[in-house]
Design a protein around this ligand. Structure first.
Ligand SMILES: [Zn+2]
Ligand SMILES: [Zn+2]
Length: 271
């Protein structure tokens, strides 16, 4: 594929400002230069009104400081294109709030993620079992998130396996619905390296595995076909900027899933 970039492209990155990461933008730039990056997108978890999830989100009033750091880094490292982004999620009553941030914060793009099940304005952890009722809600919310057009890709669509839900007929069927919706809606899916860097878990079927990504999910995506993938670091600390990304890139190559990091970055920069 013809792309304008020779170096690395990562569109999913967090700093200490999200309150569960470390390092600032200047710290990241040392690694980005060392690792020969061409494009780096900073994508803090979106700030939410009323202090919702505030312990794991950047505060709205801190965004200007983040963008100031970003502008300064752009001046200091003219060879690396830096992008302004936020990582939003499907919260039924807060979709327009998040979409407005795209304009008011002059974002280059947003990422769409689901980190929870949302019920009556409250967040619930993903299930520890292959629970058909929970899986049904996860599928609905994943599809609504993709339909909303909030993000340019759906990050870690297999994150709902992270708390012990095993690969079963039900969780496979849920995965299939999500993948088929992504295909129909032309939403790229992200293979996320952060889960590879985390400690493994024991799923409820006794299997010890990485929390995510889930290999069977991506095999299914390959089987269904017509899916494009973004391979992201989802770094929460500068030294992890490219760690485990080669492993997920290898998955994509083995499964013949086209990786579109460069193309997406090119489209964003062309705007
Ligand atoms: Zn995070
Ligand atoms: Zn993230």
């Amino acid at each position: 594929m013809n792309t304008p970039f020779k170096g690395k492209v990562n569109l999913h990155t967090h700093t200490h400002s999200c309150r569960h990461g470390s390092g600032n933008i200047a710290d990241y730039m040392v690694w980005a230069e060392r690792e020969k990056f061409d494009v780096l997108g900073f994508s803090e978890h979106v700030p939410l009104p009323g202090g919702l999830l505030q312990t794991t989100r950047i505060r709205l009033e801190n965004l200007p400081f983040l963008w100031k750091d970003l502008d300064e880094a752009a001046k200091n490292y003219p060879g690396i294109k830096l992008l302004r982004a936020l990582e939003g999620e499907y919260i039924p009553e807060l979709m327009s709030f998040q979409k407005e941030l795209k304009e008011s914060q002059k974002l280059d793009y947003m990422i769409a993620s689901n980190h929870y099940i949302w019920e009556n304005g409250r967040n619930k952890q993903f299930p520890g079992e292959s629970d058909p009722a929970a899986l049904k809600v996860i599928v609905e919310q994943s599809i609504k998130l993709m339909e909303s057009g909030l993000g340019i890709f759906f990050a870690h669509p297999d994150l709902f396996f992270a708390y012990g839900c095993p690969w079963t007929a039900d969780s496979k069927a849920a995965s299939k619905e999500i993948i088929e919706a992504a295909k129909a809606l032309h939403v790229p899916l992200e293979i996320n390296a952060y889960g590879i860097r985390k400690q493994p878990i024991t799923a409820s079927d006794g299997q010890i595995r990485k929390r995510y990504p889930i290999r069977q999910f991506w095999e299914l995506a390959a089987e269904i076909g017509g899916i494009e993938v973004v391979c992201s670091s989802d770094a929460h600390t500068p030294s992890a900027l490219w760690r485990a990304v080669p492993e997920i890139m290898a998955w994509a190559a083995e499964l013949n899933l086209p990786v579109i990091n460069e193309r997406l970055a090119g489209e964003i920069l062309a705007k």
